[in-house]
Design a protein around this ligand. Structure first.
Ligand code: M6R
Length: 591
């Protein structure tokens, strides 16, 4: 995934583009670049590394006067992350930035090389620029339309033509919005990039081409002008900023009680009207990364409490495997961004098989939100840190409510009303846990020099371990694995050595003694055991943190935030760039 921003208007184009890139840096940050246009000249400045590196280059350049420009921050797919491969790419009269992947790049490139065209880098984007240039006579809309017939794959392009003073853009399977200002207009991968200047935007649909001048925006489909609705964003400028926090990740963890309150208030009395999973015989929960781990908690609750058969599968496997739909099945897609390529493909596979889909999603304008048959929107607001925290927690909360309602519908939950009352108190209980953040800071300091860690638990506790382990490794770069506590002794226990941190999650009272005996096994091998539990009677090993015991449906909501804080503080103790961990991007819009 990459970030695109484009501008046409009277302000300082370079400033707008760089500001926008900074807001989009979470989408990819291994190289970046801008292209600005004057009446008869296009100036391109690119840099390997972070946007701050590009900013330094821009500062040291003498810039042309410009009212029009495009910019890009990259998460490398085709070709190394270096300056040559950084966007924008220019070919002939065409300069473009691109988010997505051109799948037939190799064939197209060969054809073009046979016509004696020469390419500078290894990207599919340069090939796309050449294709558009080849299609260009003098009508940009016609050229883009023709090029779309030749390009397979996913794309959002921002395009400038040498001999046109307008900005062009098009999308297919990759997000792009058009920002509508006063005597100025924008394109962006998301509204955060331009919210400082406008809250009005148009959502481009697949295969729609947009032409922007300072005073007008025209959208075309199949060569014809079409009219589009102008939407108003509810994002505030503060939401897109870090405020007094050192990192977005910490800000977003500390926002959890507020967003949880918002989500619970929205659904607690209305879930049955919106969606009822008790109508289905089997549920497939399909997602990637943390969203999948939230789904694993959902599976556990749906099976244990509502007696509904449930499987979880990562979307990159589900999209290609043989899936047997022999019961009345619902596919639940879980995604913060709603743009994860594998999850989108899994959803489309379900649709092709005539299966109903429900999306648990944060971004309301996203592809998954728009294409799934049913939607439940979590109310996380913008999540900027690459590592998800508040969105994950709300996905879990949504599953808790879904399972509770389904269990009640099936007459399986006798304490339904009491549990609902408890749900309303959850944000306050979570606040108390987060107020203990300095305890986890100390744990983070202890971990900073470790090389490995393990997380162990059984049942629903294991699902929480998966998320705790992912959080630790993705932001602190400490190798970490999650294991079903009983499985460790079948091989992995050979890795346990003196001082190795092992986190044990113990909340499920049915199996707590079993996990406790696994803890004793690793402690006997000199592991340093950190227990996070809801049972104050458990023995303290190296460290124990006890949260309040609440209903099983909601217990994960008090257990996972300490794990998120441990990941955060470990990375902070190591002085890492927490909001933009190496090699990652916020949402993975390519396979
Ligand atoms: O936007 P999505 O929820 O679909 O993203 C899914 C995963 O890519 C995401 O959760 C990823 O695992 C994060 N790095 C976790 O912090």
């Amino acid at each position: 995934m990459c970030g695109i921003v484009g501008y046409v208007g009277d302000r300082k184009t370079t400033e707008i583009l760089l500001e926008g890139l900074n807001k989009l840096e979470y989408r990819g940050y291994d190289s970046s670049g801008i292209a600005i246009k004057s009446q008869d000249n296009i100036q391109i400045i690119k840099s390997e590394g972070k946007i701050s590196d590009l900013e330094k280059k821009v500062e040291n350049s003498s810039l042309i006067e410009s009212k029009l420009g495009i910019a890009h921050t990259r998460w490398a797919t085709h070709g190394e992350a270096n300056e040559t491969n950084a966007h924008p790419h220019q070919f002939g009269k065409v300069t473009i930035v691109h988010n997505g992947i051109i799948e037939n790049e190799r064939e197209l490139k060969e054809e073009l090389i046979n016509k004696n065209l020469i390419f500078k880098g290894e990207t599919d984007t340069e090939v796309a620029a050449a294709v558009i240039n080849n299609c260009y006579q003098k009508d940009p809309i016609e050229a883009i339309t023709k090029a779309m017939e030749l390009l397979n794959g996913s794309y959002a392009f921002g395009i400038i033509f040498n001999d046109q003073n307008k900005l062009y853009a098009v999308r297919k399977d990759s997000p792009l919005i058009v920002g509508i200002g006063t005597h100025e207009n924008f394109i962006a991968s998301d509204i955060a990039a331009i919210i400082k200047y406008t809250d009005k935007y148009i959502l481009l649909e697949d295969n729609e081409i947009v032409e922007l001048s300072q005073d007008g925006v025209n959208v075309y489909k199949n060569g014809k002008k079409i009219s589009k609705k102008i939407e108003i964003s509810t994002m505030s400028i503060e939401e897109a900023n870090k405020g007094n926090y050192k990192h977005f990740m910490l800000k977003e963890i500390m926002e959890e009680p507020i967003v949880l309150q918002r989500t619970i208030n929205k659904y607690i009395n209305k879930m049955d009207d919106i969606f009822d999973v008790s109508n289905y015989d089997e549920i497939h929960i399909v997602a990637c990364g943390s969203a999948l781990y939230a789904g694993m908690i959902g599976k556990n609750l749906l099976e244990e409490k509502a007696n509904i058969k449930c499987i979880t599968e990562c979307a990159s496997e589900y999209r290609y495997k043989k899936v047997i739909y022999d019961r009345k099945t619902l596919v639940i897609l879980v995604s913060q961004s709603g743009e994860t390529a594998d999850t989108i493909a899994a959803m489309r596979k379900a649709h092709e098989c005539g299966i109903e889909t429900l999306a648990i999603v944060n971004v309301k304008t996203s592809t998954i939100a728009r294409e799934a048959k049913y939607q439940l929107f979590i109310e996380a607001g913008p999540e900027i840190a690459v590592a998800t925290t508040k969105a994950y927690l709300l996905q879990v909360a949504m599953f808790s409510l879904i399972a509770l309602k389904a269990a009640n519908k099936k007459g399986l939950e006798k304490e339904y009303d009491d549990i609902l009352q408890e749900a309303k108190l959850l944000p306050e209980k979570l606040k108390k846990v987060l107020n203990d953040k300095n305890i986890f800071k100390v744990v983070g300091k202890e971990l900073m020099h470790k090389d490995d860690a393990f997380f162990i638990g059984r049942g629903i506790d294991y699902s929480m371990c998966q998320e705790g382990s992912l959080k630790l490794k993705e932001v602190s770069y400490i190798h970490s694995d999650a294991y079903q506590a009983g499985e460790l002794k079948h091989g992995t226990i050979s890795l346990i050595e003196d001082g190795m941190p092992v986190f044990a999650i113990i909340t499920d009272k049915k199996i707590k003694d079993k996990t406790e005996s696994n803890v004793i096994e690793v402690e006997a091998r000199k592991a340093q055991v950190y227990t996070i539990t809801n049972d104050k009677t458990l023995k303290t090993h190296h460290f124990k943190y006890v949260v309040e015991k609440i209903s099983d449906y909601f217990q994960p909501i008090l257990i996972v935030p300490p794990l998120q804080l441990i990941g955060y503080f470990t990375a902070d103790s190591r002085g890492l760039d927490i909001d933009k961990p190496r090699n990652l991007a916020k949402s993975v819009t390519v396979e």
